[in-house]
Write a protein that binds this ligand. Structure first.
Ligand SMILES: O=P(O)(O)OC[C@H]1O[C@](O)(CO)[C@@H](O)[C@@H]1O
Length: 522
């Protein structure tokens, strides 16, 4: 176990009592013991699906540690054969941990260059296809269910250009359609996920580890750090950081502090996109939840409402620390998780997962299902089949009238990924916070559908939704399908807009040229 002080908490006096009552209750109800005994009644009535069979993540790091030789042989084989790039084709739980590994560790020698494709925008798919030498690339098709439309469409596009199955590996749960496909196409290897682990809890299973080891990351060290966290999370009583964090976040949300704002120092800056899915899909349901806020500009205390909790993944960024100290002095709860070294990512992943499980108990919801995600998928399929009919874009003022906390403003861009877009979105978010003091979220579609998308429809009905779309300059076929990538991404946007509106939520669409122009209309 590491000897680092893992968590520092600054919870203002007015919430401290409620948090300690919650903690006492957790001890009385034996929350830790029941989690480890896989007692599903902690979250839902006996026999509820997706509860007891969703706790495999608790000891996954120990089990994966025993597979290190297999992982090593896989990575050594790729290098020996001259592979240069590894491309993950996946969505949500199957793409976000690899993306955090990629961004945190950077390019390692002698690892392969890791790419993560989790978009159906034709420009994005094309960009990855064109940026690699397909004869020296391994495509890792990752999908627990093995049937998700995004990775399956990407697979079709890639296999049309690289027909040799030995350039593909699959990560999937046993017996899935993807496993059968891997057999048909002669994939070089199939890694099985644990069916008792849901997508967003799969970072320390093959879904995170296969891309990580291909990229040359020392996954043994990452797993050791997670194993240390698991030991800590077994402690019944004081000293259990996961228990404390879950109780604090759950209770603070109950007290109206439900906008969980991540501030992550380099090299962990991408932590937020992974944690966003974990918190949003796990807790945003039955009209409650913790709304994760990732990658938002960090401002002075006056800009914010009274609905925030800040979590700092601290690795020495003095500027972030100073801004958070001011926020703490102004009465905001600030929780600091200290990170020591890159392998600490394992501990951070684990601690977050355990805390979400505990927060689910505090919020009285099942943190392992995602009841509203299916709706958007069904609406996409309906649009692909029957068309979307006339869509009224609505007007921006529908979203800004009476806008104040606890409302939040969600920006959803069905756009290609780019640094320019992100910079413009950051300016837009800053303007919204300064002007209306509300929390803002930002996600690329369709990726966010597997993340904050659940919270949008299942959480408190306080969201205002701005959808941004573009007209892709160049389309791309999806071999074997009657629709193209441009049709698919538009169907996903249409389906989501209609789903939000069906829930009675205000949702407006803008076809973007200049994102900064939107800021001028606020
Ligand atoms: O790994 P799969 O089965 O392709 O699923 C991808 C994502 O879709 C969801 O099932 C639903 O959005 C997520 O929970 C999951 O991470």
């Amino acid at each position: 176990m590491s000897d680092v002080t893992t968590i520092e908490a600054d919870v203002p006096e007015r919430y401290a009592e409620a948090v300690s009552i919650r903690l006492r209750r957790a001890l009385e109800e034996d929350v830790v013991g029941r989690i480890w005994r896989k007692d599903g009644t902690l979250w839902a009535p006996e026999g509820t699906p997706e509860v007891t069979n969703r706790l495999g993540w608790l000891d996954i790091a120990d089990r994966e540690r025993e597979q290190l030789d297999t992982y090593k042989a896989f990575a050594d084989g790729l290098r020996a054969e001259g592979y240069r790039d590894a491309v993950v084709l996946g969505m949500g739980g199957s793409s976000l941990a690899p993306e955090v590994f990629r961004q945190s560790f950077g390019k390692l020698d002698p690892g392969l260059t890791l790419h993560v494709l989790d978009s159906t925008h034709p420009h994005q798919v094309r960009e990855v296809l064109n940026s690699i030498d397909l004869d020296r690339a391994l495509m890792i098709v990752s999908s627990k269910s093995g049937g998700t439309i995004e990775p399956m469409s990407m697979f079709k596009a890639f296999s049309a250009r690289q027909g040799d199955g030995s350039h593909f590996a699959a990560v999937t749960d046993p017996g899935s359609g993807l496993e059968a496909l891997a057999g048909e196409h002669g994939f070089r290897q199939v890694f099985h996920g644990d069916p008792d682990i849901g997508g967003r809890y799969s970072a320390l299973s093959p879904f995170g580890l296969v891309p990580a080891v291909a990229a040359g990351i020392d996954i043994g060290a990452v797993l050791d750090s997670a194993i240390g966290a698991a030991e800590e999370c077994r402690v019944e009583g004081g000293g259990n950081a996961g228990l404390w964090l879950g109780c604090a976040l759950g209770e603070l949300a109950r007290q109206g502090r439900n906008k969980l704002t991540f501030v992550a120092d380099a090299p962990f800056t991408s932590y937020g996109i992974w944690a966003e899915q974990l918190f949003a899909e796990s807790t945003g349901k039955l009209g409650t939840g913790i709304l994760p806020i990732a990658d938002e500009p960090l401002l002075a205390p006056e800009a914010y409402g009274e609905d925030r909790v800040f979590v700092h993944i601290a690795a020495g960024d003095a500027d972030n620390a100073a801004k958070l100290a001011a926020l703490k002095d102004a009465g905001n709860p600030v929780i600091t998780i200290h990170a020591v070294g890159l392998a600490d990512l394992g501990r951070i992943f684990y601690l977050s997962e355990f805390a979400v499980a505990v927060a689910g108990w505090a919020l009285e919801i099942n943190p392992f299902d995602q009841p509203n995600v299916q709706e958007a998928k069904d609406n996409t399929n309906r649009v692909l089949k029957d068309g979307s009919g006339e869509i009224d874009n609505g007007a921006l003022r529908e979203l800004t009238g009476g806008l104040e906390p606890p409302a939040y403003f969600a920006i959803m861009g069905y756009l290609p990924y780019s640094a320019e877009t992100e910079a413009a979105i950051a300016r837009l978010r800053e303007a919204l916070i300064e002007r209306y003091h509300v929390a803002t979220t930002w996600g690329y579609g369709p990726r966010f559908l597997h993340s904050t998308g659940q919270f949008h429809k299942g959480g408190p009905k306080t969201g205002r939704f701005l959808q941004l779309i573009d007209e892709p300059a160049e389309d791309l076929e999806i071999p074997g399908e009657p629709y193209t990538f441009a049709t698919l991404i538009r169907a996903q946007a249409d389906g989501d807009l209609q789903t939000l509106r069906n829930h009675g939520l205000p949702a407006v669409r803008i076809s973007v040229g200049d994102i900064d122009a939107i800021k001028e209309q606020l």
